[in-house]
Ligand binder design. Sequence first.
Ligand code: ADP
Ligand code: MG
Length: 751
Amino acid sequence: MASVRNNSLLAITNYNQRNIEPPKRANGKPLYTSEYFGQNVFTLKEMERTLPKSIFQKFIQQQKGRVSLDRATADAIAHAARVWAMDKGATHFTHWFQPQTDSTAEKHDAFLSLKTSITNGHETITAIDTFSGSQLLQAEPDASSFPNGGMRTTFEARGYTVWDTTSPMFIQEGPHSTAVLYIPCVFISYNGEALDEKTALLRSNEAISHAAVRLLHLIGNTDTKRVITTLGVEQEFFLVDRGLCTLRPDLKICGRTLVGSVPPKHQQLEDHYFGKMPSRVLATISETEIELFKLGVPMKTRHNEVAPGQFEMAPIFEESSLAVDHNLLTMEVLHRVAHRHKLKVLYHEKPFKGVNGSGKHCNWSLSTDTGENILDPSVKPETNPRFLLFFIATIYAVYRHGALLRAAIATSSNEHRLGANEAPPGIISVFLGDQLNEVLNAVEEQREIKNFSQHQIQSVKVGGTILDLKIATLPPISRDLTDRNRTSPFAFTGNKFEFRAVGSKQSPSFPVTLLNVAVCAALNEISNELEKIKGEKTFASLEDVLTVVRIFIKKSKAIRFEGDNYSQEWVEEAARRGIPNITSCPEAFKMLLDPVHQKILTETVPIFTIPEVQSRYHILNEKYVKDLLIEGNTLKGLISQYIIPSAFEYRREIAESLVSLNSIGIDISASPEKAVLVKIGDLTNKITQLKGELEKAIAEVSSTQDIVLAAEKAHHEILKVMDDIRTNVDVLEQIVADKYWSLPKYSELLF
Ligand code: ADP
Ligand code: MG
């Protein structure tokens, strides 16, 4: 049995690295990245080149929300897009959208159509290539099979995908030089309700832009007409050998190991973080980047993460809805490319017990229409009204609606990370770093800012400070405005906030949407206050701003935490401060229905209708229950088809050996063989009994009609037994002779 495992291990040793081919010039030299970046995107530049001027102008007006697209314009754009795509080998097009499944959906249609004409009484059929404006603008996928949370009954299960003109079309190359034209879309119901992730994100971006512009105008910043949210997504993941992965049903089906004992050496030595990447991994990531560059995804950094086998890729930030599209593309492309290198990418937040989990750090900020970063503190943050207002608005937003942000990141897989003895905890707090804390404290206490030099560096100039390394041969380097606190779920990092608690597997869309909404509500509240204080003046003065900022610094103080977020002291301290500590998904989902949070989602910043919120609540619970049932059933299968048989085979060998020892007159009553035999007996008994309990829990959850109740039961009953089973199996794994253990072990998967 275990020989299959050995063969897979041998295959790794004999693996021949796959050659990757960066795009080349005619003379064989490599193209520079900037030369092929975005070559598979139907960019504005490409549109301008291929469309009549008047059509292009109309499109630009539409993109700015000024006019809607008329039929003739849409037809012209569709034609140009088809010719551009077909010249690049495309045969099909697809509407590409983001149902509430954390992934994307697509259905391909060929450009090919048949035209029937009658000449001289004869019917002739001609093949033609077509792509009309209406095909570009809208499609009606069979929507009944996407999660809708009971919002539509099947007889009216109409859902429409509609082109999101803010995100450019692109082509993805398939195998054997075929390609497909992708049209980024939103997915809405017949009545215009959001069935997807993107609609809500776009609505929240609209809302925050209005709120931000209002506040900017109050302080005399009247040039800004639009504010966008920017997002840079750091994606963490594990790469494991695909051959070994196929031998682990838990990894294949659930994306995480349900059993497996932690090897003696893993991340304690911290030798993996920023270490050299294994060449097979580097090849995978490089090939992924090449594909992503063609798709216009600006990938910037790549490095090893803390755990063995764990890596990270991050792009240059972009406007947030495009950044979300690009993060989802990154995940898809990496998955596909890893396959070619016989690797499997694991996006699960906690694929291995006892080993660091993966997150998706969502770096978020606001930018004016002229590209100025509003959260850039500049040289003197204390006298920068714009920075102070937006900075405190974000902090206050987290203070008011941290529990809502917690709901946004609640998934069955992220639950193993949040609040489960690992970072970040289920308590959402904000980290600012010494300097900005001091700025806020000084503003609050109406005093001068203290100098930091005594415990840090000699000269503190806020913004790009000079750090003296006391090594003469190195040039002076500038120091970030904030120090790092890797334990914080929400940290200010220099000129942006970093929402670090987001799950590696989930789409960044919902977390960013809810963050936008929370900040939008805070901006409105701050504007109201500032309007009052400013009185009859045209614009608020710096004094007015400081007064308002002071009010919100005081209100939101409890959410600021600079210490170790993983410590027990913080759990106690947070409780004293009244900051919620939400450790389970069902509890987190409920926050969506909490009147305070629901009000901002449906009234203050109406991005959802009440039925839309309820539908999401339903979908989240339903998904959670399904995930846990799948895990429970997978573990059941693992026990009876893998774990117990391995133990029995070993037991038989020992039993036979005992019989032969006995037959030659050796006293076996106190033999080590017998002790092992007894231990195996105990463990297999215990595991079998627990499996019975698991089956009962599964049956119980499956038969519970009320989905909210089912989710709670799943959390309390299924997870608990699964944990107990794992503890016993992991002991068993260390007893059973290696040659009988059929599941690849952690040491093999991770190194
Ligand atoms: P670190 O690991 O130190 O947090 P990385 O370079 O890995 O830093 O990631 C930082 C991410 O933050 C990048 O994706 C970067 O583009 C993004 N980022 C930088 N500035 C902004 C901004 N103003 N708005 C949104 N994201 C930003
Ligand atoms: Mg980061």
